[in-house]
Design a protein around this ligand. Structure first.
Ligand SMILES: NC(=O)C1=CN([C@@H]2O[C@H](COP(=O)(O)OP(=O)(O)OC[C@H]3O[C@@H](n4cnc5c(N)ncnc54)[C@H](O)[C@@H]3O)[C@@H](O)[C@H]2O)C=CC1
Ligand SMILES: CC(=O)C(=O)O
Ligand SMILES: [Mg+2]
Length: 372
């Protein structure tokens, strides 16, 4: 198969779909890999590194899209990239379609086979291609939140861990999954007073055991959530209903009543955000203020630490890329229900139920759409 790796074009996005080491694996499996010039330059991979791994370097994204049978990316395709997709071409990347009608419409129009990293599942109930980036974003959320609490960012002017004689900041993490657990780990490490809210009792049990009681694990009713958020110095939004738009758990009214100078890092912003006042921001201009609450809503947080993130992402995606290339998309999907769960749009049909429901499209069973 001919696999194409374009350079990412989202604001301050330096990750790349395949490292030279991943390219070498595909070449060893007798596939061809086309890489756009400078695709990995932001993390120190030169065109020569890719050539040495067996890739062919092309001058433009247009050439990569025109020649490749499968495009491997990191972020959702931007409008100019969507315009280059074609019928029958495989797109393997993050998509986050539920809150993004224009993208979904373009992918439908393209008739491409669009497999989203974030809805691929595993047999332990996890999301193996989202998990590595959630680990990164969860850990980063505390760095971002700590910065947002500084006075120069219009924060309360608090140190997360306090100092001897001064109480630490109160950090409230909504959602105790991958993002939430990693956020809690970093916040506890810095000495903050940490509470995690989740609506899964199993998740709360795991948090309790993992942190040996150092993190409060609270069942997320509307009452508990309101009480915790209003008392918080820093709120981390890390909820997910896979494929679906994030529920708006923190309301405009909560924001009005939160402490002036408190901060929110809404990691769930890539699924639309779990805070009513959230809107996507970029690494170039990551925060804004609503009712004296600092909001950080960067939708590609791992893009800020692209070396760590690219390696972590490739570790997870490589086996799937190899299977798609070796078997072709149809057989690879039919052989693996977990990969099939990643199929969001194919040949103009929406095959993810949550996406279809969120945006008002007809849902078509993936197997039906595949055999059409
Ligand atoms: N902004 C960014 O750069 C990044 C964003 N993300 C996003 O972060 C979000 C969280 O991802 P993960 O931690 O991997 O998901 P996960 O599935 O591991 O955890 C989500 C947790 O939310 C809980 N939850 C769902 N509804 C809830 C509710 N109403 N109240 C309380 N808890 C609720 C679930 O029980 C689960 O424990 C996703 O939207 C993901 O796409 C992930 C990586 C990077
Ligand atoms: C998951 C995601 O949105 C990211 O890594 O950018
Ligand atoms: Mg306020």
């Amino acid at each position: 198969m001919i696999i194409g790796v374009p350079k990412e074009i989202k604001n301050h996005e330096y990750r790349v779909g395949m490292t030279p080491a991943s390219v070498r694996e595909l070449v060893n499996h007798k596939h061809s890999v086309l890489v756009e010039t400078n695709a990995g330059i932001g993390i120190g991979f030169t065109d020569e590194d890719y050539t040495a791994a067996g890739a062919t370097v092309l001058a433009t994204a247009a050439e990569v899209f025109a020649k490749a049978e499968m495009i491997v990316k990191v972020k959702e395709p931007q409008a100019v990239e969507r315009a280059m997709l074609r019928e029958g071409q495989i797109l393997f990347t993050y998509l986050h379609l539920a809150p993004d009608l224009p993208q979904t419409e373009d992918l439908i129009k393209s008739k491409a086979i669009c497999i989203a990293y974030e809805t691929v599942t595993d047999n332990r109930g996890g999301l193996p291609l989202l998990a590595p980036m959630s680990e990164v974003a969860g850990r980063m959320s505390i760095q971002a939140g700590a910065r947002a609490l500084e006075k120069s960012c219009a924060g309360r002017g608090m140190l997360l861990g306090g100092v001897p004689g001064v109480a630490p900041a109160k950090v409230v993490v909504i959602g105790g999954g991958m993002v939430g657990t990693n956020a809690a780990q970093m916040a506890v490490g810095l000495g903050a007073d940490v509470t995690v809210l989740d609506r899964s009792v199993d998740v709360l049990r795991r948090i309790n055991a993992q942190f040996n009681g150092a993190v409060k694990a609270i069942y997320s009713t509307a009452d508990a959530l309101e009480q915790e958020v209003l008392a918080a110095d820093l709120v981390i939004g890390g909820v997910l209903v896979p494929g679906a738009a994030a529920p708006k758990l923190v309301t405009k009214d909560h924001i009005k009543r939160m402490k002036p100078g408190s901060a929110i890092v809404d990691v769930a912003i890539d699924q639309g955000g779990c805070v009513e006042t959230s809107k996507p921001t970029t690494h170039a201009d990551p925060t804004y203020i609503v009712d004296d609450v600092v909001h950080y809503c960067v939708a590609n947080m791992p893009g800020a630490v692209p070396r760590t993130s690219t390696f972590a992402l490739n570790n997870a995606t490589l086996p799937f890329i190899i299977r798609l290339a070796n078997k072709g998309y149809k057989q690879a999907l039919l052989d693996d229900q977990h990969l099939m769960n990643g199929l969001n749009v194919i040949n103009g049909q929406v095959t993810n139920q949550s996406v279809a429901e969120a945006l008002g499209f007809t849902f078509v069973e993936p197997k039906t759409a595949l055999n059409a």
